[in-house]
Write a protein that binds this ligand. Structure first.
Ligand SMILES: [Zn+2]
Length: 226
């Protein structure tokens, strides 16, 4: 089989997001504003378009609360998602949240939303806040049998981190929405001159792994194949 035919066959047998999560709730949890957009913005935009209720939960905002809250709200609107800010009464660093409090906040969210899928940071991260959130999310699995995925490490400047996606989402139709959501974080990608375009490059490279133009890679923590 030649390469284009192989790619077509691969896609034809894929699990569609709409059939799995359409009409259901998907919860994406990030430590800080912009993490979720960087990692899986294209996937969330697709889910929203394909009739899932998508909730982005940001644990806390470490600095510049009003600006970063407004940017996160704008980015969520661009993706067609709802935003929840777990620590919503001012700036707080994740290091200053006790672990039982973090687990309690995430438990409450899962109990309220009853998600069909939860996506969060992986254990393979260079940022300790991201690892802390990953570990707190691990324990929410005891509450309900949702699909559990881990997303690509998020960073504003590239750092080598071990992460191997084992599932891929075609985001060819939503890559521009993702880039617009990233650019909504003006305080990060405007004034600080950080490199948003590397996420387009990453999506292009990830897409080549599975024969589509742009893709996002996720790892599977738990998934029921019915
Ligand atoms: Zn972060």
């Amino acid at each position: 089989m030649n390469a284009p035919l192989a790619a077509k066959a691969f896609q034809a047998r894929s699990i569609s997001l709409a059939s799995r999560y359409g009409g259901r709730t998907v919860l994406a949890i990030g430590a800080h504003p912009d993490d979720v957009e960087l990692a899986i913005g294209g996937m969330l935009a697709r889910l929203s378009r394909e009739s899932a209720r998508v909730v982005i939960a940001v644990v806390s905002i470490p600095t510049d609360f009003a600006t970063r809250h407004a940017e996160a709200q704008r980015a969520a609107e661009i993706l067609g998602c709802e935003l929840r800010l777990l620590v919503d009464d001012g700036c707080k660093r994740i290091d200053d949240i006790k672990n039982y409090q973090l687990v309690g906040m995430l438990d409450a969210l899962v109990r309220e939303l009853q998600p069909a899928a939860v996506l969060t940071h992986s254990a393979h991260e260079f940022h300790r806040d991201h690892v802390t959130v990953h570990q707190a999310c691990i324990s929410t699995q005891r509450l309900k049998p949702f699909d559990f995925f881990h997303f690509n490490p998020t960073m504003c400047r590239p750092v080598p981190v071990e992460f191997h996606p084992r599932a891929y989402v075609d985001v060819t139709d939503t890559i521009e929405i993702k880039m617009a959501a990233i650019e909504a974080h003006l305080s990060q990608f405007g004034s600080r001159g950080l490199e948003a375009e590397m996420y387009r490059d990453l999506a292009r490279l990830t897409g080549r792994m599975v024969g589509v133009k742009y893709a996002e890679g996720i790892d599977v923590g738990r998934m029921l194949l019915a």
